[in-house]
Design a protein around this ligand. Structure first.
Ligand code: ZN
Length: 244
């Protein structure tokens, strides 16, 4: 049987969103999971999300929040105070073993014919944001595979590279053409920022060469309540409601 991948990005400790996404993926015939990083940060269930992702026994790469939390020498002096608070709170919720697991995640990973990276392949440890065709072009200089999935901006989008340069498409379902080179942002499971609060992920059907963007409603109020109960900055709860 062919492989059908669910590509999960920027889960950000949002267990309410993650559970809905996993249920949907299984109902859609997904056989394999991969994650483009940021399992933790912003929301209130880091340990549960790490446990569930590890149970999927799937390839995961390190996002910037996974990095800040697990590289204990990261200086939080330059962080916005609210961001530093979330990093410190998240550290306090994880065991030494869980911190080590985050710490040891690779920055990029080749899977069957495609790549995973959190930010960009040109400088994966610099956490650059790809918001336009020009920034995507730098990535394509380092992309040797037809497909690379990424996250980081929490905004789903498709960048396509050809001799004519880089163009982009809004998220849509499509069949990959031979020779196409694509850099696909799968959006965020746990903290969407494109103005749509629904959880986002992508299904990649390898045999059918099909890409499908999924958006799912989940119990946003429950996730917000968890943030407030944990004493996280109010902004963390607020933004879940508006998808920003
Ligand atoms: Zn993120």
């Amino acid at each position: 049987m062919g492989r059908v991948y669910a590509i999960l990005g920027d889960i950000h400790a949002n267990i309410d969103a993650l559970n809905v996404v996993l249920e949907d993926a299984r109902s859609q015939g997904v056989t394999n999971f991969v994650s483009v990083g940021d399992v933790v940060g912003y929301n209130a269930a880091p340990a549960e999300c790490i446990r569930i992702v590890r149970e999927l026994n799937c390839p995961v790469i390190r996002g910037n929040h996974d990095h800040y939390v697990s590289y204990l020498d990261t200086s939080l002096a330059d962080f916005h105070p609210a961001a530093a608070q979330v990093v410190e709170w998240t550290r306090s919720q994880l065991s030494a073993e869980e911190l080590q697991w985050l710490h040891d995640l690779p920055l990029q990973k080749p899977i069957m014919g495609f790549m995973l990276v959190h930010s960009t392949l040109d400088m994966p440890d610099r956490w650059g944001y790809v918001f336009d065709n020009q920034q995507a072009k730098a990535n394509f200089n380092y992309q040797r595979t037809p497909l690379c999935f990424h996250g980081h901006t929490h905004v789903p989008i498709i960048y396509s590279f050809s001799a004519g340069g880089v163009i982009h498409y809004e998220p849509c379902d499509f069949t990959i053409e031979l020779g196409q080179k694509l850099f696909i942002n799968v959006g965020s499971v746990g903290q969407p920022r494109d103005g749509d609060p629904r959880a986002s992920y992508v299904i990649y059907d390898m045999d059918a060469r099909q890409i499908r963007f999924r958006r799912l409603e989940y119990d946003v109020a429950a996730a917000q309540e968890r943030c407030r109960a944990a004493g996280l900055p109010e902004r963390c709860a607020e933004r879940l409601g508006v998808g920003r």
